[in-house]
Design a protein around this ligand. Structure first.
Ligand SMILES: [Cu+2]
Length: 707
């Protein structure tokens, strides 16, 4: 066995990707390229939290904007939210909540996923529709075809628990398989209490989630077909960084896929459908709004009912030729959203937060991957997306008692003026967005492949950015405490990016650094509202204890992102590896002197991984720098740096049974997580408006049994 196999294969388990994520076509020739994804496999990585998004913290350039234990919003190289294309098994997910309480990775629980991958840097246009900020892909377990005609029973059980919130998870994937069929079922239940830190608890941060899946796959000759259904029901789950908590997220997710894998062609067709009903509340998990005298103020109780319906399709044709491949495809994602805010103590009260929202994208692309020479590979492609967004007319009743004077009367009149002005605008908007990219890789000897990439990527405004007509916090999870108002006439964002790097893959040491520079014209950012009516309305709401004054309006500005990130691995000996992941990013406004909001501090992960035949052990230190580059516009607070130490071990009791245990934040360090938002719920341990702390020491364990 040569050193490549010995040293590089374990690395691959953690970081490699393409080969394992999608089986390559036998006819496909190898085009020189650099490692362009980073994958974490749950089998090889100890994960304590329930939220898959937490895995992003272990990946170069990636991080998570955390608004709750099940509400992790992916961040990559400083961009987050709708700027990141997140897919689950190739399927796009539309969040059911206008504040992204169910960010897409909510629908890929840790217990169900096999792997989470990020694309490093510039994303090929074939990967997805709006990839201005990057691409994240979760793969779930689906069972495997066997080699026999006889059906076999197989499965996987996963149970885990952690002390930080007395949380636990139990799940099982069961399958009946032979060489042609897989019938599968998955069942999961997880819950946790409020999370602890050195100094108290984060309230509310409890969660409770149930999920079941049923699926079928068929495989014969060149054909593969699958059909899957998932029902994900989240019950109570706290979102201390947001004004409300999750009461319910009832979702039905359908997907079906057909692949024809011929000698020279591969055709992939996929359809999906999602239906999400979501309830949230400011008076169920957290202390309800109080009057000055400390009694519940029923007039400020709020519940919200939101819905999302999504349909998606994608057809991709790949043709393999002597010097590479062609890819062409069309895809569509059609989404409808609605959200109404209610008061449980005043049935006549309602606000059409979003009504009859549509956001439909149809895309078409062509991509070419080719060998320019034995040592030079090129990928180029272009995509056109046509994006239609629309809103129905909105209305409101903030005067449920029909008062003829006083604050509710005045506020209701102003709300009706805001609604009338919104309704009078042309709400239907169409954008034609053009993306292109090019990536060149040159094998230069000395185990080094150089890489340069360039791209233009566009993103049409989100429905919140266009159609939030009353100053509220429904912003896709910005969680900056500001109220926002949208603008139906916003233009799409356009980013131009260059990226440079190399892969050095030696026998014992490998390193994959990348540097990038991205200019975004028409970047969508909240700027101070100048309109009197909106400002007066927000001020009146603030006077009544319902939100903050001085709202922001989504507007097109200019911004720049730049930075670098790397991953590296050094095999100290055949048992011991040193793993390094480091990320640094800057994000700045170009039209004024200000930094962008909620950008990850510089950080570095150092991991020592020790391997024996039937056990492994890891020691990690994760160090975050101070973040003093903060957004004045968003009133963002600075944070201090910190280091946390994690230890974990895994033990293969048999070929099929693995036990794992670990301690996160071994020293119980009290630190402020810059990306965790500010506290919005009454808590004796954390002031309202204070940065939410990172979690305290947690002992956790898991058992995986593959049978
Ligand atoms: Cu919500």
């Amino acid at each position: 066995m040569n050193s490549f196999i010995r040293y590089v294969v374990p690395v691959c388990a953690l970081t490699c990707n393409a080969a394992y994520a999608q089986p390559t076509n036998v006819e496909e020739i190898v085009v020189i390229g650099v490692q362009d994804t980073h994958t974490v496999r749950t089998d090889d990585t100890m994960v304590a939290p329930a939220d898959t998004a937490e895995l992003l913290k272990k990946m170069p350039g990636a991080n998570v904007n955390k608004n709750g234990e099940l509400t992790g919003i992916a961040q990559y190289r400083g961009m987050f939210g709708d700027r990141i294309n997140v897919s689950i098994n190739g399927t796009h997910i539309n969040s059911g909540g206008p504040n992204a309480m169910d960010a897409p990775l909510h629908y890929a629980p840790v217990a169900l996923i096999e792997s989470l991958s990020i694309s490093r840097g510039i994303v090929p246009v074939s990967v997805g529709q709006e990839t201005i900020g990057g691409h994240v892909e979760a793969h779930t377990y689906g069972g495997e075809f066997s080699n026999s005609n006889d059906f076999e029973f197989a499965g996987r059980a996963y149970v885990g628990g952690q002390t930080v919130n007395s949380g636990n998870v139990a799940s099982s994937l069961l399958s009946m398989t032979n060489r042609n069929h897989i019938f599968r079922a998955f069942l999961m239940q997880e819950q946790g209490g409020d999370s602890k830190f050195d100094g108290g608890e984060i309230t509310p941060s409890e969660y409770d989630r149930n999920r079941w899946d049923l699926g079928y796959s068929y495989n014969r000759g060149n054909h593969e077909f699958s059909l899957d259904f998932a029902r994900n029901n989240t019950l109570n789950a706290g979102n201390a960084a947001l004004p409300m908590d999750i009461m319910a997220l009832d979702s039905d997710l359908w997907r079906s896929r057909y692949v024809w894998d011929g000698a020279d062609y591969k055709v992939t067709a996929q359809v999906s459908k999602s239906s999400i009903l979501h309830w949230m509340s400011n008076n169920s998990l957290r202390q309800p709004p109080q009057t000055a005298a400390g009694t519940p103020d029923g007039m400020r109780f709020r519940n919200a009912r939101t819905t999302s319906e999504g349909e998606g399709f994608a057809i991709k044709v790949e043709r393999f030729v002597d010097n590479g491949a062609w890819r062409a495809g069309i895809d569509g994602n059609l989404a409808e959203h609605g959200a109404v805010i209610l008061n449980p103590n005043a049935p006549a009260f309602f606000i059409d937060n979003f009504r009859g929202i549509e956001r439909d994208i149809l895309g078409v692309y062509l991509e070419r991957e080719l060998s320019l020479s034995d040592r030079t590979g090129l990928e180029i492609g272009a995509r056109y997306n046509r994006v239609n967004t629309d809103s129905a007319q909105v209305t409101v009743n903030m005067n449920p008692m029909n008062a003829t004077a006083g604050m509710p009367f005045m506020m209701n009149n102003m709300a009706h003026m805001l609604a009338a002005r919104f309704n009078a605008q042309d709400l239907s908007q169409t954008d034609g967005d053009v993306d292109w990219f090019a990536r060149l890789s040159i094998e230069a000897g000395y185990d080094t492949t150089w890489y340069v990439g360039a791209a233009r990527k566009m993103r049409a405004p989100s429905y919140q950015e266009r159609y939030l007509w009353m100053p509220l916090t429904s912003t896709g999870g910005l969680a900056d405490g500001k109220n926002y108002i949208g603008d139906p006439n916003l233009s799409p964002e356009t980013a131009h990016e260059i990226e440079l790097g190399f892969d050095y893959v030696g026998s014992r040491f490998s390193i994959y650094p990348r540097a990038y520079y991205k200019e975004v014209t028409d970047f969508i950012q909240g700027i101070p509202v100048t309109d009197m009516l909106t400002n007066n309305f927000a001020q009146m709401m603030a006077n009544m204890g319902m939100g903050a004054p001085d709202p922001l309006q989504f507007a097109n500005v200019d911004a720049t992102y730049y930075g670098m990130d790397l991953e590296a691995l050094y095999s100290i000996n055949s048992q011991l590896d040193l793993r390094v992941v480091a990320s640094a990013v800057r994000g700045q406004r170009d039209d004024i002197s200000d930094d962008l909001y909620r950008i990850s501090p510089d950080n570095i992960l150092l991991g020592l991984d020790y391997r024996q035949d039937d056990w492994t052990a890891s020691l990690e230190t994760i160090t975050y720098a101070d973040q003093s580059r903060v957004s004045r516009t968003n009133l963002e607070a600075q944070t201090d740096g910190y280091t946390v130490i994690n230890v974990s071990g895994r033990w293969n009791i048999s070929n099929t049974l693995e036990l794992g245990a670990g301690i996160n934040n071994l020293l119980d360090e009290r630190y402020d997580d810059h990306l965790a938002g500010y506290n919005r719920a009454y808590n004796p341990d954390v002031a309202i408006g204070a940065r939410l702390p990172g979690l305290g020491r947690s002992l956790y364990g898991r058992m995986m049994w593959n049978f």
